[in-house]
Design a protein around this ligand. Sequence first.
Ligand code: HEM
Length: 219
Amino acid sequence: MVSRLGSWLDERLGWRQVWDAIFLRKIPKVNWLYTLGSATLFTAINQAVTGILLTIYYVPSPDHAYDSVQYITTEVPAGWLIRGLHHWGASAMVILTILHMLRVIFHGAYKYPREVTWFTGVLLGIVVIAFGFTGYLLPWDQKAYWATIIGTRIAEVTPVVGNWFLRIMRGGEELTAVTLTRFFGAHVWFLPAALLALTLIHLYLVVRIGISAVPRRGE
Ligand code: HEM
């Protein structure tokens, strides 16, 4: 029954060809270090699922942000778990992205013909850091507030465009309600859209070009 439905759909959509290209493609003999990209992908999915659930109760305004996070942690059924998974998942994602990048560097996997894969990876790395930075402000507690004051001040020392950069991030000279809504907007709309688009291109290239083999001595 299921296989007949599969064949019926395949005749119309050609999905088996796509499935074979992704899951039955030939790969060289690799090792555990090659799972770091997939592990990063797994954390990205965890962040998306738990993040969507958090937005059901989170309120991005200075009057309610802190209380809504407390409410999620103490009152909402399994809220502590969802928040914990998102909180620790964020650190895991940053660490895994860095480890995946180091694997690519040490194996020289950024070289021809994978330059564009590398480039989309660099953009993904920036997006992951931006996720961490914008998400850190959302609980709107003392730690979040002062960390964002420092983070935006660091951006301000950028030559020439520094002050402009700070004002774009804060939505003015000071850190206010505008900053919180701005960071929230970036965290739940702009960055997820960028992550999705870049990840699709990144993975398309991984499938299209094929994974690089472990370099041999002298290569
Ligand atoms: C959200 C972040 C990222 C995700 C989800 C992701 C996902 C993946 C996956 C699943 C693979 C194939 C398996 C593997 O080689 O581990 C891969 C390969 C690759 N990634 Fe990433 N990646 C991310 C970030 C990065 C970053 C930051 C870089 C470098 C700056 C990068 C550069 C590459 C390159 C060059 C390859 C091809 C490796 C090869 O053919 O041996 N990626 N990525």
